[in-house]
Design a protein around this ligand. Structure first.
Ligand code: NDP
Ligand code: GDR
Length: 358
């Protein structure tokens, strides 16, 4: 007799985490459904390798057009798919852009979460469907205590974080009010070669690769003092899955427990291609110049200015320091990190050097 395969629905499947999570669930023999947005250009590059011909009955991978701002399609897709697990990863996920698009961000990141929860409830699936909500370390915002754990109070510092605060609490409320398996993963920053190009780590690894290869002169960045707890997205999607496999619905912090400045991330990225840099100056006048190059492949000029600060990348309100406490996840989920920060930087740099090597 054929065993029932678990069915997962992923919003945000075309994003960094959606792609890694879909890969993980397919490897675990799930049937994976994803919601993608209509766009004028193809937006499925991160998941094209997972594509299966939908005309074949045995296909385990299905995409549906939809948008978190539209309840009608959310209800229809959930009704059609009857998922065992929903991973709500779809979001306007850029903190700086949320200051430019605050209302849209609230619609998608805040009310979008409600649309998922309410669809499951209206369709009578509260006992069948488990829901994972992509919550974020941005909820902590202005530092109240470090390291930040499941018990640390929130103080959001951007329209993105305020919208995600609603998403967090409406998830907790539906769990308590309707006895649903609806949970938050409070994930700290996680990166990878698939990271969007405008987030700081990927902007740095792409810029450093192009500077080393003589294709770009300088990298302009914002606040170099900000500290982030950076992990690898592959490890973090494993945690998402583990959170939904628990007996009891509970919220978890997922982090490495180590924090690093943007400035040190830049140093590590250059060092990965054998280039040493030196920072001088302060505030908006801070720059980095090339101090040495130990890689004969790259013809870079010693003393050349390669990093400068551009205030346009500053945020009206900044989150200065994030450092997470993953103790609960390690103890209850048995979650283990495969990548530390040097391994993450190595992976991203190798991928971007390859990308720009003609
Ligand atoms: P990405 O920005 O890479 O992906 C976001 C996804 O959401 C994309 O598939 C995007 O589609 C989709 N999306 C955007 N707007 C809508 C909408 N209106 N309706 C439906 N889908 C939409 O983010 P990540 O993969 O990095 O993050 C996944 C989730 O985890 C997000 O919710 C993010 O806020 C959260 N998070 C991320 C962390 C991180 O460090 N990466 C840490 C903590 C939380 P398209 O491809 O068409 O743009
Ligand atoms: P973040 O990530 O805001 O933490 O949100 P991002 O990489 O955008 O910024 C991290 C820190 O770097 C500083 N910074 C810059 N940031 C960008 N994007 N571009 C720059 O040029 C630059 N220079 C310095 C920022 O000021 C900030 O302090 C990410 C997203 O994935 C969210 O969706 C997620 O919820 C959180 O991580 C956890």
């Amino acid at each position: 007799m054929s065993q029932h395969k678990k069915v997962a629905l992923i919003t945000g499947i075309t994003g960094q985490d959606g792609a890694y999570l879909a890969e993980l669930l397919l490897s675990k023999n799930y049937v994976v459904h994803g919601i993608k947005r209509r766009s004028s250009l193809i937006n499925t590059q991160r998941i094209d390798h997972l594509y299966e011909d939908p005309h074949v009955d045995s296909s385990n991978f299905h995409l549906h057009y939809g948008d978190l701002s539209d309840s009608t399609n959310i209800i229809r897709i959930i009704q059609d798919v009857q998922p065992d697990e929903i991973y709500n990863l779809g979001a306007m996920s850029h903190v700086k852009v949320s200051f430019d698009e605050p209302e849209y961000t609230a619609q998608v990141d805040g009310i979008g979460t409600l649309r998922i929860l309410e669809a499951v409830r209206l369709l009578g699936l509260t006992k069948k469907t488990k829901i994972y909500q992509a919550s974020t370390s941005e909820l902590y915002g202005l530092v109240q205590e470090v390291p930040q754990s499941e018990k640390t109070p929130f103080y959001p510092r951007s329209p993105y974080a305020v919208a995600k605060l609603y998403g967090y609490w409406i998830t907790v409320n539906y769990r308590e009010a309707y006895d649903m398996f609806a949970v938050n993963g409070i994930l700290f920053n996680h990166e990878s070669p698939l990271r969007g190009e405008t987030f700081v780590t990927r902007k740095i690894t792409r810029g450093v690769a192009q500077i080393a290869l003589g294709q770009q002169d300088k990298l302009y960045l914002g606040n170099l003092d900000a500290k982030r707890d950076w992990g690898h997205a592959k490890d973090y999607v494993e945690a998402m899955w583990l959170i939904l496999q628990q007996e009891k619905p509970e919220d978890f912090v997922i982090a490495t427990g180590i924090t690093t400045t943007v400035r040190d991330f830049i140093r590590m990225a250059f060092s990965e291609v054998g280039i040493e840099i030196k920072f001088t100056g302060e505030g908006v006048n801070e720059v980095a110049t090339i101090a040495a190059c130990n890689n004969p492949l790259y013809q870079v000029e010693i003393g050349k200015e390669v990093v400068a600060v551009d205030p346009r990348y500053f945020r009206p309100t900044e989150v200065e320091l994030l450092i997470g406490d993953p103790t609960k996840a390690k103890e209850k989920l048995g979650w283990k990190l495969q990548y530390d920060l040097p391994a993450l930087v190595k992976d991203m740099m190798a991928s971007d050097v390859q990308l720009f090597t003609k």
